[in-house]
Design a binder for this molecule. Structure first.
Ligand SMILES: *Cc1c(COP(=O)(O)O)cnc(C)c1O
Length: 340
């Protein structure tokens, strides 16, 4: 264990760790796993990743549990999503077994960076795949590099589990109607930086994007999915242009387990008037409760939290998921992989 680190105050930034793992795809096949202690990559200046955005990534976490064991949350889901993203932008899919082996290896190699139980911190795992072939014409690479870095991250809610405000801005879309929104592609993030910074400068934590075709239905919250509680039901957008979040999928399951009805469907902006809770959900925060949703185009303000606190359903779901990740509650769905 690394005792020098102030785990509870770590930010969501990059802190160097001991090792990362890499694997090349060349001549139509994946090579051997390489362990590296360098945090730089040697890349051809004409690589497709640099010019045409042939880059995909993932995000998952490892936790040190109450029993001292290390748990990685739902790595099979992230591996499957990475393969779908690869197919979406014509990259070589990383086989399930290779993904699993590399995740477990990089976590184990950096064991001393996994924050202690009780600190609220965790080890963030960031797999990424990039197109490496030199190509000036717009064509897919034939060579790829898949790598995984890890870095410890502090608790998301340093000032407590409190709601923040989000906004709707129709002048920006992050993805196109039949575009790459359902895949975890770096370019989607490039397309969202301007809107995200605009929202931050206006005091909002995120943009709640609308569907890019009709601008009528809710899509997602920048880098996180969106859910709300309406008439006691968990509602979350069904859309072709959002990323299927592993966290959202898990929260839907937990809601069902708690006897809460779940609806994945189109949600209109007007429905925001009738919701009693809302949150952005993703690996980084699990669920980040929403206080107010301001529609900057119509001037309407949807007050979700009247007392400045997270609602009871959001709180219960958040606590339940975290308890499973930290091994405090039984993992009935088999979501954790224990790192031996
Ligand atoms: C990664 C991501 C999410 C959250 O997915 P999780 O699997 O829950 O971390 C949501 N939306 C977008 C656009 C993302 O890239």
């Amino acid at each position: 264990m690394n005792n020098e680190l102030d785990w509870a105050h770590l930010s969501f930034g990059y802190m160097p760790t001991d090792y990362n793992v890499r694997c090349w795809y060349r001549n139509g096949k994946w090579g051997e796993i390489e362990v590296s202690s360098s945090d730089t990559v040697n890349i051809h200046m004409a690589a497709t990743a640099l010019h045409y955005g042939q880059e995909i990534f993932e995000g998952l976490k490892a936790f040190r549990g109450k029993d001292g064991k290390i748990r990685v949350f739902r790595l099979e889901e992230n591996g499957a999503r990475l393969r779908r993203s690869a197919e979406g932008i014509m990259m070589a899919p990383v086989p399930e077994e290779l993904f699993r082996e590399m995740v477990l290896k990089v976590v184990k190699l950096n064991e001393r960076f996994i924050p202690p139980y009780g600190s609220g911190a965790s080890l963030y795992i960031r797999p990424l795949e990039i197109g490496m072939s030199a190509q000036v014409g717009v064509k897919p690479s034939t060579e790829f590099m898949f790598m995984i870095l890890v870095t410890p991250v502090g608790p998301y809610f340093k000032e407590g589990f409190k709601p923040t405000n989000i906004c709707i801005m129709r002048e920006f879309d992050r993805v196109a109607p039949k575009g790459t929104g359902q895949w975890k592609v770096g370019g989607n993030y490039a397309a969202s930086i301007l809107a995200g910074e605009r929202a931050h400068s206006l005091g909002y934590s995120a943009v709640l994007y609308l569907d890019p075709k009709e601008k009528k239905y809710l899509d997602e919250c920048g880098p996180a999915n969106f859910f709300a509680i309406k008439d006691g039901k968990y509602i979350t957008p069904a859309s072709e242009s959002i990323l299927p979040s592993v966290t959202n999928k898990s929260l839907m399951q937990l809601a069902e387990d708690m006897g809460i009805e779940v609806e994945r469907r189109h949600i209109t902006v007007d429905e925001l008037a009738d919701i009693t809770e809302a949150a952005a959900c993703g690996t980084a925060a699990v669920a980040s409760p929403v206080g107010e949703i301001d529609d900057l185009d119509t001037g309407k303000k949807y007050i979700v939290s009247k007392n400045g606190e997270a609602g009871p359903v959001t709180t219960a779901l958040y606590n339940k998921l975290r308890a499973i990740q930290y091994g405090e509650e039984e993992d009935v769905h088999g979501w954790n992989t224990i790192v031996e």
